[in-house]
Design a protein around this ligand. Sequence first.
Ligand code: ADP
Ligand code: MG
Length: 567
Amino acid sequence: MNRLKQQLSRIDGKGYKAYKDIQGVYHFPGFQLFIDYVQGDPFASPSRIRIRMEQEKAGYPVVWYKQQHRRTALEDWITRMWFEQTNRFSFKVKGTGKSGLIRVDQPGQEILRRTSAVVTEKYVEVRLTVGLPARGRSVLGNKAEEMLCQFIPQMVRDTLPYAKLEPEKVEERMRLVDNQQEIRARLQEEGWVAFIADGSVLPRESGISDRPLSAGKVVSFQAPDSLKKTISVPHGKPISGMVIQKGITLIVGGGYHGKSTLLQAMERGVYDHVEGDGREYVITVEDAVKVRAEDGRRVEKVNISPFINNLPFGRDTFRFSTEDASGSTSQATNIMESLEAGSRCLLIDEDTSATNFMIRDGRMQKLVSKGKEPITPFIDKVRQLYQEKEISSVLVLGGSGDYFDVADTVIMMDEYQPRDVTAEAKEIAQVRKNERIREGGEGFGDITPRYPLAKGLIPRKGNKEKADAKGRTVIVFGTSTIDLSGVEQLVHPSQTQAIADMMRKLGKKANGGKSLHDLIEELYREIDEKGLDVISLFYGQHPGDLALPRKLELAAALNRLRTLTIK
Ligand code: ADP
Ligand code: MG
């Protein structure tokens, strides 16, 4: 620490570049400070530092981090505590540009694997970004000393040792994530697609806030008796709630009665949520994918022939490519790509679907013959998908009762409460026979693996490589921009940044010999072995603010890259 202080006073008043000299490792009382990267000027992206405390000092019980799900929850907890700490100290020191900034990645409502904090049996580490202070472009050595040698040690003392972590609350969180883990395991064993606990609060505060709608206005979730199951969990009383079985489930009901809200909660249920979120025990199988129409997207050699055939001008739908997909072809593509990436459950909302993809009614079949309609609607494919490939579907559909014929379960949302109306729906389907002709053909068709080439997967820009997230929904990859606004289960910008880094890494492995699916599997195995840090260019140092996306969102980003080239 004294060495750092000396260096800072030596460079005080010099040009900003002199800060480069402080890169290195310093021993502080009780912890180590790593200065991994020093920014080039006060406006550039901030400097990166790490704080490491040995477990002997930190004293975390091994049961907090031995299992992956608990370790992730603990690291997330530490990140949140540090976020509050950094808010107290950030910009207390003032100066030009980012001078005085101290920050750590800020998690949202989901508990994700992150690089912002790391707990091992040897140490605990927190990764921060700081703006080294300057006036104009000259070093403010004293101010830097205040930040690094006073604020940081104080934050470490106040936050990092066992007793400062609020151990009772950590224990409570451990119980929460154990229970979530148990429910996930039960879904797998029982072959359920989702579980929504009684008492859950599904609606969010607003269209731009992911926090729960405040009590009072909320109708909390109550399972109908016929769909209710009770799950014993490791901690506390057994938890009751509604189970969505494998197969085909319809969510029907009047407009504004909470259909989409229920589906959205299920979409997010692929992740674990923090205490107080309202969706703590809304758990969905991890590979469930929301698919929607996304016209305008690019498509590269996807086999959409199960849904689309005989396009005008004889365009190939076994290897369908376009720079500008229509509503229906984009939705077909989104489904086929999700299946290729390994999803076993599709979540579809009428609000974001192409009508002609979802349904073609009896009258329309009479007017427009099958030979003149390239689209085989989802209604004629959804059962084949389940019977032949064991892929389930959950569909929000207030507008078409034709689906009663193909559904296993029909849930009606009625003033935000679910009712089991399966029997009624089946009866109506019996009495009011519909005039449709089934158009699905012999079988579902093939899910065709694709083999990416390195070409187009190298993010070259001039003589540099550039792969960066711009917020949650945009990646700048070389000279092209990827629009992820249609990828609704991407929940945090740090996931998006991780995807950018992962894509750069995949570009080095793609050679036309490995399928997209296998490339992704291989990368995730490496992450499991070496940790999420491994995807970063700064592996071994501060790897940046990254959060693990699902394989499905990584695939989604690759598939939307306009330069992607499939063999
Ligand atoms: P639908 O898809 O059936 O038309 P939505 O799910 O979009 O309806 O919900 C309509 C509105 O009702 C939204 O503003 C939503 O936040 C609110 N809402 C949904 N579920 C609940 C609930 N359980 N309690 C209170 N408000 C809710
Ligand atoms: Mg809706």
